[in-house]
Ligand binder design. Structure first.
Ligand code: GLN
Length: 213
């Protein structure tokens, strides 16, 4: 199974490593033809204003939006989360996102109190110990629509309760950087999402579709 990492800017190499370690075959994506060849896509951490500009320059904004509309599984971490947001607060005026997740995200949200920090989180859908999460000039999710599942919140401190991981259908986003800690559980979750999407609708979805035909 081939999963791409959007390789315009940011911590591309760390995501390629984590995806390969989680059982996928990961390739960098810079061109529409490379995008067409993948069954899942990771949008890395980095700087969303730069990534947005380069996505325009490389002709990837519309192709990525079209693949998202077609059901492509996408995981965005940090700047990647910002790229998946319907609405970005505290962005640059000309900043564009791919969208896809019905959420409002605030850029550099923790920055008013503390730029970068680490904490442990409970993460819905991931077994085992709490997850050690690294935040670097991170966004948080300020509002979600009804189709969005909240997977993790900050527990304690000045940002107590802030939403930092979400899923909507085939789209996953975290404010933090699991690619930097060696904990593969988020990448493993995403690889499972890609595998399930590639296998097609589950039997009970097929049965429901039959029933309404
Ligand atoms: N502050 C960055 C942005 O606005 C995100 C930081 C990160 O990805 N580590 O895109």
């Amino acid at each position: 199974m081939v999963i791409g990492v959007l390789a315009l800017q940011g911590d591309v190499r760390e995501h390629l490593h984590a995806l390969n370690a989680a059982g996928a075959s990961a390739i960098p994506v810079r061109r529409p033809a490379e995008l067409a060849a993948v069954e899942g896509l990771v949008v890395p951490g980095g700087e969303s204003t730069t990534m947005s500009r380069l996505a325009g320059v490389f002709g990837l904004l519309e192709p990525v939006r079209a693949r998202i509309a077609g059901g492509l599984p996408v995981y965005g971490s940090c700047a990647g989360m910002i790229m998946l947001a319907r609405t970005v607060l505290d962005g640059r005026d000309d900043q564009q996102s791919f969208g896809g997740i019905d959420m409002v995200v605030r850029r550099n949200a923790f920055g008013r109190q503390v730029d970068s920090f680490e904490t442990d989180l409970a993460f819905t859908g991931v077994d085992g110990d709490p997850m050690h999460a690294v935040f670097i000039r991170a966004p948080w999710v300020e509002q979600v629509g009804p189709g969005v599942e909240v997977l993790a919140r900050v527990d304690g401190g000045v940002a107590d309760g802030r939403v930092v991981a979400v899923r909507q259908g085939n789209l996953l986003a975290t404010s933090f950087h699991p690619e930097l800690t060696g904990d593969l559980r988020v990448h493993e979750l995403f690889v499972r999402m890609v595998r399930e999407a590639a296998a097609g609708p589950t039997k009970d979805v097929q049965e429901k579709e039959e029933a309404v035909r």
